[in-house]
Write a protein that binds this ligand. Sequence first.
Ligand SMILES: [Zn+2]
Length: 379
Amino acid sequence: MVTFTVVERDPSCRARTGILDLPHGAVRTPQFMPVGTNGTVKAIAHADLEDMGIGLILANTYHLYLRPGVEVIRAAGGLHRFMSWTRNVLTDSGGYQVFSLAPFRKIEPEGVEFRSHIDGARHFLTPEDVVDIQNALGSDVLMTLDVCTPPGIDRDRAIDALRTTSEWARRSKARMSEERSSASGSLFGIVQGNFFKDLRRRSAEEIASLDFPGIAIGGLSVGESFAQFEELLEYTSGFLPPDRPRYLMGVGTPDYLFAAVENGVDLFDCVFPTRIARNGAAFTRRGLVSLKKEARRLEFEPLERSCRCPTCLRYSRAYLRHLYKAKEILAPMLATRHNLHFLNELAREIRLSIQEGRFASFKRQFLSEYSAGEEDGNE
Ligand SMILES: [Zn+2]
């Protein structure tokens, strides 16, 4: 079971620090979770995650259900044993992947029918199945199956998705209660409502009324403008129970991360830091840096002078560029290590700033330096 204790609150906003006690150890919040889609955080070994002090990673139910399949993971004794990870795992419900990856999906009141993006095979999953699958994985934090919708849909479609999400949340909660004796994890509900304020409020209130031990905010950071993201996040978070952990899905860049924490978000995840590492981009305090650029050819200093990660302590920008140019497998490994270290350190500094009551000034100072910088990683 999960228990959550708010430790400090920042006087200027909803930012707080806390301790999330989970079956595989306590996690300090706010906390960034690296994404381990297939039961591995891409291009980094578990020992390195442990060295960094990562206590919680995310794994994707959709991917693991399709491959290697639940029966393999069950036979291994659960996902922790299968992947040899002794700390916590949060699994998503697969809802987002069904909508973003499956070549076909059909929502019915009973559940969702979809075709696998791997082999095209048809599957049908109910919200109860999704709880069962996550319990078979041995997840520490489970998510309810929800209906994700893209920005720009009409109100009627958004209402349909909200109704289904709330109904599935009720059914998921009931299933979790039946399995209480055999399951060690905790089930979080997910707020939807698309980009309509009143629907966001309605969804937040309906999900909050089900008394989940934690709540996720879904359907944001899905292609809308930053201003719209911030407005909806601020509005939605006002209707969430203040004593429950909040998880904002799909957030992993400094500007979004600060906005999340400012609104009382405790957990976030994103593939961004590991994905850009594989594409040759790295976080620095002065913005993203592209490691493939000609400008890096003779830069014999570390990626970031102040960074204490193993990549920066040992290797130069010029060497990293050479590795990318030569398509060496070490290149994404070293950049991934740095990018996760960067976000983990940022979360630690954010916690410290809240503890010392100076979150707002830390945010201002960090983001002004970040946005003034090199910012060439997207090219
Ligand atoms: Zn570094």
